[in-house]
Design a protein around this ligand. Structure first.
Ligand code: CP
Ligand code: NVA
Length: 300
């Protein structure tokens, strides 16, 4: 049984499906007014070293719906921002809280937090991965397509945190995963090693990756913290847009998913975004349900 969610690799295929099943159940209960106070009396600390709309609001309201409380802890206000080591912060927060969600830069900081805490740690995004997002994505695909196994997922764009988690999540779910990135922007080597020998294609040809796909994913060209490289990246990614032409290579009923925020006219064309807006905002909603399932699994 997983005791933290630091990366998608923490989950087995079976645990992944169990989380998705619980997420479906919690969504049903929420929609039907059935209370589910699994975390009554518990407190989640939410450490943010980067901006957030979805992650912050969905964790906070999710914790409230589960009967618990969430504390928003901006790194500007914590002593971490003034140099208090993670090791000490961890051993203090461990005495007060029942779980921590952290959004930061280095994956090693999240791992260090987990090493020094006994309470569960949930990764709310690092430069390396974004597992909570990918749980919501898989939940959304299963809702729309009725299954995951055997479907073809493709990811087009930067080999970033989203790409890393999607590759692992898709493969754990039994999907066929194809990724196209411009040469220098490949996913993390650890993830490529995980994917090696599985139903995985890595290419620089975005049309090949998209061919007969059931689900198309993309994400921003410059992630949080990469603002200084944005101009260079705009040049390197020129033409790497999910538009009508690229979508003509997919299956006819293909879905489009985007973790948001989206940059229309860069990684995704406005008309493709709007044509798939219902699926994309279902995906955003499912952050709430999927993360509630993670919190119940780890903290109840
Ligand atoms: N997709 C996502 O994580 O959104 P936020 O950055 O708004 O949390
Ligand atoms: N890759 C993006 C995802 C935002 C949710 C980033 O890290 O900024």
């Amino acid at each position: 049984m997983f005791t933290d969610l630091l990366a998608m690799q923490d989950l087995s295929s079976q645990e992944l499906i169990e989380v998705l099943n619980l997420a479906d159940q919690l969504k049903y209960e929420k929609k039907n007014g059935i209370p589910h106070p699994h975390l009554a009396g518990k407190t989640l600390g939410m450490i943010f070293q980067k901006s957030s709309t979805r992650t912050r609001v969905s964790f906070e309201t999710g914790m409230y719906q589960l009967g618990g409380t969430a504390l928003f802890l901006s790194s500007n206000d914590l002593q971490i921002g003034r140099g208090e080591p993670i090791e000490d912060t961890a051993r203090v927060l461990d005495r007060y809280l029942d779980g921590i969600m952290i959004r930061t830069y280095a994956q090693s900081d999240v791992e260090k937090l987990a090493r020094y805490c006994n309470i569960p740690i949930i990764n709310g995004l690092t430069d390396y991965c974004h597992p909570c997002q990918v749980l919501a994505d898989l939940m959304t695909i299963r809702e729309h397509k009725g299954k995951l196994e055997g479907l073809k997922m493709c990811y087009i764009g930067d080999g970033n945190n989203m790409a890393n988690s999607l590759i692992v999540g898709g493969l754990l779910a039994g999907m066929s995963v194809s990724v196209a990135t411009p040469g220098a922007y490949k996913p993390h080597q650890q993830v490529l090693d995980f994917a090696s020998g599985k139903d995985f294609l890595m290419t620089e040809d975005r049309f090949e990756a998209t061919k007969d796909a059931d689900v198309v994913f993309t994400d921003v060209w410059a992630s949080m913290g990469m603002e200084g490289e944005a101009e260079q990246r705009r040049r390197d990614f020129a033409g790497w847009i999910v538009d009508g032409k690229l979508m003509s290579y997919t299956k006819k009923d293909a879905m489009v998913q985007h973790c948001l925020p989206a940059h229309r006219g860069e990684e995704i064309a406005a008309d493709v975004f709007e044509a798939h807006a219902a699926e994309i905002f279902d995906e955003a909603e499912n952050r709430l349900h999927a993360q509630k399932a993670v919190m119940v699994k780890l903290m109840a």
